[in-house]
Write a protein that binds this ligand. Structure first.
Ligand SMILES: Cc1cc2nc3c(=O)[nH]c(=O)nc-3n(C[C@H](O)[C@H](O)[C@H](O)COP(=O)(O)OP(=O)(O)OC[C@H]3O[C@@H](n4cnc5c(N)ncnc54)[C@H](O)[C@@H]3O)c2cc1C
Length: 458
């Protein structure tokens, strides 16, 4: 990007919203992958019209534009791998409307997910998707990655809640998709196409979200096990017994050990694996489900305790959400995967991970959203150790092949970005891949928006 382009960009967003000094650039050069790519400029637009003008300029002068929310992505989606302009949405952070009667909200993309959830509680409403990063990630980033979280087992993921969008196309046109009603079958569902498109098809500038009533009550069970396969075999049995958890998470021994200090009373050091099971609903629904869970666990002799205490529960969740950052206590780097398998195959997956860790002399910890089969596999490595890095990469390749052979998927919520793009053909057949590339080309003929993402480089 030369001086005259920078000058034009300043004219669009104002000089207080366009930076090219090295300090600013480096702040927007990385995400949760730890990889670094310096952009040529960083801008903070405040309107869809400004974004439209930026994209038109980018098409005229052929420079990449990379949308960025909070930069918490795990797959490099917001990294300017080919340079260009990083477009940060943090100044577009207004909750425009909360309509309690129709149970919808309209928000700008830079709203922090947890802030929206806190605001909705005041109206007795909830927006269910709850990624562990909710205190710092943005709704726009969530929509671009189709983020999920522990509540997905009962409530689904971001695509189930974004019912309409305002988006700026890579060529600069501003379009509206979707509705603010519960139903609509008018034309193709462009909203769904945008959700999970990883910032490659358009930049979201407004999102219409479906809301639910805030559940009255919640109970949290903590189940402890003497072995990991025993814990993971329990998952599909719980669901088959007609129990409807709003959370069904598991942690292996290593995951427990790295966050035990957060809540030593709840996480005893004698346990080899644990499951967090939560039920929510009206008081009577919770009571009914609670009795069902207690009977189910007693019949099987499973060790458990439960709590309805909010402080204890938030301690436990603080511990659970800290697993990812705390894993760096084991090794300085990690290959972080979020594969999905059919629930009944989780025991096969954890056995595979244990065996691979043994065979390749690696530390691999697993935890995550057992209820929907979305397992976080963290392969811990020190990238300065060549053997370990090679073995880590080998483990990742074997993992993806194994998961697809089990009928699973490479990613449940983190997307493909740059870290998995070379493996896309392991899951997606050639024809489907060609269709996806044609869609990208239709939206973005000059490959301006977030180039180098999702598709394997040929
Ligand atoms: C500790 C930790 C825990 C996490 N836990 C979870 C979890 O439980 N579940 C989960 O799903 N994820 C999780 N993540 C990953 C991450 O937080 C999510 O992917 C999140 O949705 C990214 O939001 P962001 O605002 O940080 O987006 P960014 O990282 O800034 O961007 C992510 C992608 O979205 C695109 N994008 C951003 N804004 C827009 C926009 N307005 N329009 C179009 N495209 C846009 C970017 O180009 C990029 O491709 C976790 C991350 C961390 C660090």
């Amino acid at each position: 990007m030369n001086k005259s382009i920078i000058h034009e960009l300043r004219g669009i967003v104002g000089s207080g919203a366009l930076f090219t000094d090295p300090e600013e650039l480096s702040c927007y050069s990385y995400d949760a992958t730890g990889q670094i790519f310096l952009p040529d400029g960083v801008s903070f637009p405040e309107t869809a019209e400004q974004i439209s003008a930026i994209l038109q300029l980018a098409n005229r002068h052929d420079f990449p534009v990379v949308p960025r929310g909070a930069g918490s992505g795990m797959t490099g989606g917001s990294l300017p791998v080919k340079g260009g302009l990083v477009l940060v949405t943090s100044r577009m952070n207004r909750i425009i409307e909360i309509d309690p009667d129709n149970m919808i909200a309209i928000v700008e993309p830079g709203v922090i997910t947890g802030d929206l959830q806190d605001e909705l509680k005041k109206h007795n409403l909830m927006y269910p998707p709850d990624p562990a990063s909710l205190k710092f990630c943005s709704i726009g980033g969530n929509a671009a990655e189709c983020a999920g979280g522990p509540s997905a087992v009962k409530y689904g993921v971001t695509k189930d809640y974004v019912i309409g969008l305002e988006a700026v196309l890579p060529t600069g046109e501003i379009i509206q998709t979707g509705v603010r009603t519960e139903k609509s079958v008018v034309g193709y569902d462009l909203t769904r196409l945008f959700i999970g498109s990883e910032g490659t098809l358009g930049i979201f500038t407004k999102l219409t979200l479906r809301l639910l009533p805030l559940p009255e009550s919640k109970t949290t069970f903590l189940l402890t096990f003497t072995s990991l396969p025993e814990a993971t075999e329990m998952v599909s049995k719980i669901l088959a017994a007609g129990i409807i958890p709003c959370t069904l998470e598991y942690m292996d021994k290593t995951a427990i050990s790295i966050v035990r200090s957060h809540t030593p009373d709840l996480l005893p050091d004698t346990t080899s694996a644990l499951i967090i099971l939560e039920i929510d609903g009206t008081e009577s629904q919770v009571q009914h489900q609670q009795q069902k869970v207690v009977k189910f666990l007693n019949d099987r002799g499973t060790a458990y305790r439960y709590t309805e205490d909010d402080d204890e529960r938030s301690e436990l969740w603080q511990a659970r959400r800290s697993i990812s950052p705390a894993s760096f206590n084991l090794k300085p780097n990690k290959i972080s995967e979020d594969v999905v398998v059919p629930r009944t195959k989780i025991p096969d997956l954890v056995r595979f991970c244990e065996k691979t860790a043994n065979d390749l002399d690696l530390a691999i910890l697993t935890f995550g959203h057992a209820g929907d089969g979305n397992i976080h596999v963290n392969i811990m490595v020190d990238i300065t150790n060549e053997v370990e890095l090679t073995n880590g990469r080998m483990a990742k390749k074997l993992l993806f092949e194994f998961v697809v052979a089990l009928g699973g998927s490479l990613s449940g919520e983190h997307g493909i970005g740059i870290t998995k793009s070379e493996f896309l053909p392991v899951e997606i057949d050639r024809t489907a891949l060609e269709v996806m590339k044609k869609i990208k080309n239709l939206f973005d003929p000059n490959n301006i928006l977030n180039p180098g993402k999702i598709f394997p480089e040929t």
